[in-house]
Design a protein around this ligand. Structure first.
Ligand code: NCD
Length: 330
């Protein structure tokens, strides 16, 4: 996928180029504004009402599942779901490949989240080799990638900086468990599409950003710095993307040793943050953002959550090549 021409599988964020990102953001905004009237909402609901989706989420999810499910409903797409693998034939020993092929027999798109990395990519490869392939969307693969989260993060950044020249030239901080957090890993992969962006990684040493992502940034000439001290960098940031400790990946309670207060935003940090900066978080949050911060106009995470549904609407519209039809709605 090199331009805005078409979209099939959504597995690795590195496929996204600027024209496609811009088009997806515009589609999300278009769908959102259509939904504000009954007539527009009905037209949206007719758009893909002959399509069906499989939501295969065997790893815990609230937002991603609900936003995909509701994005489907906005577009009239009917959904089937498996969230608990103990209710699927996998317990009878059916292989992963056979399960995926079975889903593809009944639906037009498979959206999947798994605890293991690489599963969505494996499903996409399988689809590419069968007579009736359906697109596969990665809704989170282990601690590896979460491409649609990165897209909604881009949409949120773009909307927030709409009157400040967009994402180009911004200084974006990413804080928390950068080693095991798939959202920040995926978001880094999209940064090559923006001119003059600088990244600042704020993480405990043992949870620093992984070398594979840093190598990608080096390769694309995206400058980044690393620190363990938020106070040193906070005033320079246009955006701070906060993440939680990914404790579910601990093998021996590693994250318990982290002094979390040093990687958190509370009322004291707000005074050091620029008045036009924004605070993002993929959610769910732990103690790293004090709920008192929610009242601050710079707190963008609840809007970011809602943006997620509209970006997933945009992704589905694009996959099913309905962009001309959505443009033509009166
Ligand atoms: C994230 C995830 O699942 O990776 N949540 C989400 O999809 N919004 C972030 C997280 O769990 O920390």
């Amino acid at each position: 996928m090199t331009d805005s021409a078409s979209l099939f599988h959504v597995i690795d964020p590195r496929i996204f180029k600027r024209p496609l990102l811009d088009q997806l953001c515009a589609l999300a905004t278009r769908a959102r504004s259509l939904s504000r009237t009954d007539q527009g909402a009905r037209a949206l609901h007719d758009l893909l009402s002959t399509r069906r989706a499989m939501l295969y989420f065997t790893q815990p999810s609230t937002r991603t599942f609900l936003s995909f499910s509701n994005a489907c409903h906005v577009l009239g797409i009917r959904t089937s779901e498996i969230r608990d693998p103990s209710t699927s034939s996998e317990v009878k020993g059916e292989s992963f490949e056979d399960s995926i092929r079975t889903f593809s027999s009944y639906v037009d798109v498979i959206v999947m989240r798994t605890k293991e990395s690489g599963r969505a990519a494996q499903a996409a490869r399988l689809m590419d080799g069968i007579p009736r392939p359906v697109p596969v969307i990665n809704a989170g693969s282990g601690s590896d990638q979460h491409p649609t989260q990165a897209l909604l993060d881009i949409y949120t950044l773009q909307r927030s900086f709409e009157n400040r020249g967009g994402i180009d030239g911004k200084v974006i901080g990413m804080m928390g468990d950068l080693k095991r957090g798939r959202t920040v890993r995926s978001l880094c992969y999209l940064m090559k599409n923006y001119v003059g962006v600088r990244l600042v990684f704020i993480a405990p040493q043992q949870f620093a950003m992984e070398p594979d992502v840093k190598a990608h940034l080096d390769e694309h000439g995206i400058p980044y710095t690393e620190t363990t001290r938020l106070a040193d960098v906070l005033p320079a940031l246009d955006a701070i993307y906060v993440t939680r400790m990914q404790t579910e990946w601990d093998t021996a309670g590693e994250s318990r040793n982290v002094e979390l207060s040093q990687f958190s935003i509370g009322t004291p940090e707000l005074s050091a943050l620029r008045p036009d900066a924004i605070i993002m978080h993929p959610l769910p949050r732990g103690p790293e953002i004090d709920p008192a911060v929610d009242q601050d106009p710079r707190a963008m995470y609840w809007r970011q959550e809602r943006n997620g549904m509209w970006m997933r609407v945009a992704v589905l519209v694009k996959i099913f090549a309905a962009e001309d039809r959505i443009a033509a709605i009166g």
